[in-house]
Design a binder for this molecule. Structure first.
Ligand code: GLY
Length: 584
């Protein structure tokens, strides 16, 4: 992949005060190798890291489709965005390709030796940090098999070509301000394990912005993965090294767990909302159900008749979420869940839920059943979206759970391992470390998938196709649905939709989070309706792309990140197509 693609590179820098968006003009360089396939007319990418978005644009320019580009971005994120991008974690993809709509579950599973009470001490008390730091926190990684499976079913370019940008990045890349800030914030975790410290804090303190990081063992692992597929990481010496790293720090992960992991294709959670078709992630993510329940309630409440951003709208949104998150208490792995879309999205249930919403006053969460549950999951996850010129779209959300996962790095592979076990109800039926209560449906069990909130989503109406999603634990579905609603209901551009101030409510704790950018009068009006408003600098980080019409694509990475977007225009694209890519 040495050619220079024609591309619009959308790079952004945040400075104190308002974020500036800089648009680098289209290159006029020749487009790719003369013999490169040319099926992609145009495409757009949005992700959390400029180098990762570049990898996606490079693959689109080489004739790759949305699936090829999405996998290349995900693998690049595993190198340059190690706080969340991963080969040692898992994720979900929602895909609309060639008329097919599909959902891929490559969520981690609990190891076979996991037990219901593995995070409790002999007195039944939760052991501090056991599900967050070190080997016991590690779920069986799903990303190596999952990303390969996505490409196997929907990709067009050779696998090795899709992996190549990540290999190149692992050979050397420059640390961004964002990565340096997050490394510094996690200094304690990163220096707790010597193998992790050797890579990310080699001189005792985390690597700073502008430094070049070289990860030769990760590059070799990726090269082998490109040559042999998932078995390069899930069997033989690689699997032994992963299991050894986890067990050396107290874990129970085995080579059998790693080799036995299988991603699962699931029926996406599909619904109609405001005249659009929407597909999002089903269980074991709660995300799709929360999106669908929210939209179903808002349609019943005639939400669209209120002005955008009005206190009336925000109040109704918060009340819808209060109920959707209460219902989340019942959810878990598809095999153990106590409810699903059949119950929670049934018209009589939505009618009853909507009828219980007071348009003027917040309902105390203690009066919304089922009570309990809903601790915020860890916030470090990452999302990427790709749409190609054919209108095919892929949304992937992937995670190690906490920032840099369990902190355990496999020295032979330079891969960080997740701490996804903490997404289980580690102490069902009693307050956890955060003082909240979780449901038995999401209790730890061997082979189970832990409940997630990740909500990769694709929506379409005619030729208009949108792909989006967010990191942020329990804030994922609320951030995602606000961007979705801005487009579906208000006809906003994706840039406007992503930029709008956000709010969040998750039933318990009973507080309404609002971004600091939400204007003061609206905050006061929400307080007068009975909401306890707490300000946050940011809620979620939505990376969205859209094919607005034939030959016209847009990328809207979230300035809160800051993320980065890129577009690949068709050869001979029109000026209006260029305009369509502009971030302002
Ligand atoms: N670890 C965050 C989530 O899966 O929702």
């Amino acid at each position: 992949m040495s050619q220079t693609p024609i591309r619009a590179r959308l790079s952004r820098r945040c400075i104190p005060g308002p974020c500036l968006v800089l648009l680098a003009l289209f290159s006029t360089a020749p487009c790719g190798a003369a013999d490169a396939p040319r099926a992609a007319a145009a495409g757009a990418v949005a992700s959390a890291a400029p180098l990762a978005s570049d990898a996606g644009v490079e693959i689109l320019a080489a004739g790759g489709n949305a699936a090829d580009a999405a996998v290349a971005v995900a693998l690049a994120l595993a190198v340059v965005h190690p706080q969340a991008g991963n080969l040692g974690g898992g994720g979900f993809a929602v895909v609309r390709m060639g008329g097919e709509v599909a959902a891929l579950d490559f969520r981690e599973t609990a190891p076979a030796a996991a037990t219901h009470d593995m995070f409790l001490d002999a007195t039944g008390t939760p052991r501090p940090d056991a599900s967050l730091v070190g080997g016991l926190a590690v779920g069986v990684p799903g990303s190596p098999a999952g990303l390969h499976e996505l490409h196997r079913r929907f990709g067009r370019l050779p696998w090795q070509q899709v992996v190549a940008p990540a290999v190149r990045l692992a050979e050397g890349f420059t640390v961004t301000e964002r990565l340096a800030t997050e490394l510094a914030a996690e200094r304690e975790l990163l220096t707790r394990f010597s193998a992790t410290a050797a890579v990310w804090a080699p001189a005792g303190s985390p690597i700073g912005a502008g430094s070049t990081v070289r990860l030769p063992r990760l590059a070799a692992s990726l090269r082998d993965y490109g040559a042999r597929g998932p078995s390069a990481l899930t069997s033989g010496p690689a699997a032994s090294a992963i299991a050894a790293a986890a067990t050396a720090s107290g874990g129970v992960l085995t080579v059998q767990d790693i080799g036995g992991y299988r991603p699962v294709w699931r029926d996406p959670l599909r619904f109609r909302a405001f005249g659009w078709d929407v597909a999002s992630m089903p269980l074991p993510s709660s995300g799709g159900i929360i999106l669908a329940e929210t939209c179903g309630l808002l349609e019943r409440l005639r939400w669209s008749t209120h002005p955008a951003g009005s206190p009336e709208r925000l109040h109704l949104l918060a009340e819808a979420w209060r109920r959707a998150f209460a219902d989340r208490f019942l959810l878990g792995d598809p095999a153990t869940t106590l409810a699903g879309p059949e119950q929670l999205l049934a018209a009589p249930w939505l009618d009853a839920r909507a009828a219980g919403i007071d348009r003027e006053r917040a309902t105390p969460s203690t009066r919304v059943q089922p009570w309990s549950h809903a601790r915020p999951e860890s916030t470090e996850t990452t999302h990427l979206s790709v749409v190609d010129g054919a209108g095919d779209a892929v949304a992937i959300t992937t995670t190690l759970n906490g920032s840099f996962g369990s902190g355990v790095l496999v020295p032979e592979l330079q891969i960080l391992l997740n701490n996804e076990m903490d997404d289980f109800a580690t102490s069902p039926g009693r307050p956890n470390l955060y003082g909240l209560i979780q449901g038995e449906a999401n209790a730890v069990g061997p082979g189970k998938r832990m409940l997630s909130s990740m909500s990769p989503t694709v929506a379409w109406r005619g030729r208009d196709v949108l792909a989006l999603g967010s990191p942020g634990g329990s804030r994922i579905p609320t951030a995602t649905v606000q961007v979705l609603l801005a487009v579906l209901v208000d006809g906003a551009t994706i840039r406007d939709a992503v930029a709008r101030p956000r709010i969040h409510h998750q039933w318990q704790p009973d507080e309404l989070l609002a971004e600091e950018s939400l204007d003061g009068a609206t905050r006061v009006a929400l307080g007068e309706r009975g909401h306890r408003v707490t300000l946050k600098p940011r809620l979620g980080e939505v990376h969205a792309v859209r094919r607005v019409a034939e030959g016209r694509v847009e990328s809207a990475p979230d300035l809160r990140g800051p993320g980065a977007g890129g577009v690949y225009p068709s050869p001979g694209h029109s000026p209006s197509a260029r305009q369509g890519t502009r971030l302002e």
